[in-house]
Design a protein around this ligand. Structure first.
Ligand SMILES: *Cc1c(COP(=O)(O)O)cnc(C)c1O
Length: 388
């Protein structure tokens, strides 16, 4: 008999009843150090007092009005995002995959309105992840996500991740946009180098193609800058955001330049929940905390500390680990043993990590993880590695 919950998830046999900072607690009091943060969502840890206050304050005033009316918290968050990024305008969604839907629609509508309605192609890359909607799975293109769900949304051109030569060869007047994650999350913490991101930007400029960055996982301070592309000193035309921006409350966004967004006039897109007062009250507080330069510098310092300890861990367990990957607090350990076994060995030590493709375990702690918890995490990883 089918379970009451549609059986699409492989869940670990763990049930948490409360959380505090970087820790999750089971009903019997057993504590787990959380290096998954709800898959890079709880960017400020669990039960952050300022976020709890923002949410309960809004909950006591007003939950939902729809986008038929003005939403002050949405306005405030949009202004903060515009102020701190390349973007001139923001649309709020509830998830990463909804941000993908709009990014694709926006790019196609852009060219339609410029008198090039056949310019609909979107170049995407192997091992990418853009969510589970019809556009998201068609964009990623992997058999694992698409098999049985045809006919797929057409127009995606799938290339090898990081292959700039193939990208240049694919650029013709049917291409609307390039869509890429600056650091692949689900794909195994694989980064586009700063040089390659600059080269990709230049290629897009040469061919008049829009650049869409998926910063759903790598954005919102995760790399030590507000958005990962800032390290390369280039900007996209359109950017997808979600995960960390809500700090645990469902919220996503599409950021765009005025030009890239020019096709999206009144009535061309919408969302009942998108930019809801509760989500935006939390999001505005998250943004206020994370966009602060002092906070971001701290993320960079913690990341340096964590990385140094992880390099030591890899060196002392050469039979278990191959290398440390990633940037900032978006780190991966490429394993030599099965990554799923290592995740399980972590559970036994009271440690939560997240598996990814390419036999990697992801370490995506809260951005404000205390230094002592970084030390404890590496001790637990060391104890887990000793089990092999
Ligand atoms: C998680 C993720 C998505 C999808 O986000 P959902 O909120 O699960 O729809 C899209 N892109 C990237 C890079 C992600 O990590």
């Amino acid at each position: 008999m089918i379970a009451p919950i549609l059986p699409t998830y492989n869940r670990a046999p763990l049930t948490f009843t409360s959380g505090e900072g970087s820790w999750l607690v089971e009903a019997d009091g057993r504590r787990f150090l959380d290096l998954g943060a709800g898959i890079a969502v709880n960017a400020l840890g669990h039960a952050h007092p300022a976020l709890v206050a923002a949410l309960t304050g809004q909950a006591n005033a007003l939950w939902h009005v729809s986008n038929l009316y003005n939403i002050p918290a949405q306005q405030r968050l949009a202004e903060m995002l515009v102020d701190k990024t390349f973007a001139d305008t923001v649309f709020f969604t509830n998830s990463g995959t909804e941000s993908c839907e709009l990014a694709v629609k926006m790019a196609r509508k852009y060219w339609y309105d410029k008198g090039q309605p056949d310019r609909t192609g979107i170049i995407t890359y192997s091992n990418s992840f853009h969510g589970r909607s019809s556009a998201g799975i068609a964009a990623a293109g992997s058999e694992k996500m698409t098999k049985g769900f045809g006919p797929l949304l057409p127009g995606f051109i799938h290339l090898e991740f990081g292959d700039l030569t193939a990208t240049e060869a694919a650029m013709d007047d049917s291409v609307a946009a390039v869509l890429i994650e600056p650091i692949q999350g689900e794909g195994g913490i694989r980064s586009v180098s700063d040089d390659d991101l600059r080269a990709l930007r230049a290629l897009c400029d040469t061919h008049g193609v829009l650049l869409i960055l998926d910063e759903v996982q790598c954005g919102m301070g995760r790399t030590g800058k507000l958005f990962a592309h800032e390290w390369a000193g280039v900007t996209p035309n359109i950017m997808m955001v979600a995960k960390g921006i809500g700090g645990g409350f469902p919220l996503g966004a599409v950021l765009a330049t005025e030009d890239a967004a020019s096709g999206m006039t009144a009535g061309t897109h919408g969302s009942t929940y998108g930019g809801n007062p509760l989500a935006c009250a939390v999001g505005a507080k998250v943004m206020e905390i994370i966009a602060d330069e002092v906070f971001l510098a701290e993320v960079g310092r913690k990341a340096g500390l964590f990385r140094q300890k992880l390099e030591g861990l890899v060196a002392s367990h050469p039979e278990v680990f191959e290398e440390v990957r990633g940037a900032g607090l978006m780190l991966g350990l490429k394993c030599k043993v099965a990554n799923s076994d290592l995740v399980k060995a972590g559970f036994d030590q009271g440690l939560l990590t997240v598996p990814a493709a390419d036999n990697v375990i992801r370490l995506l702690p809260a951005l404000n993880i205390p230094d002592a918890d970084i030390g404890a995490a590496v001790d637990k990883l060391d104890a887990a590695a000793r089990q092999f």
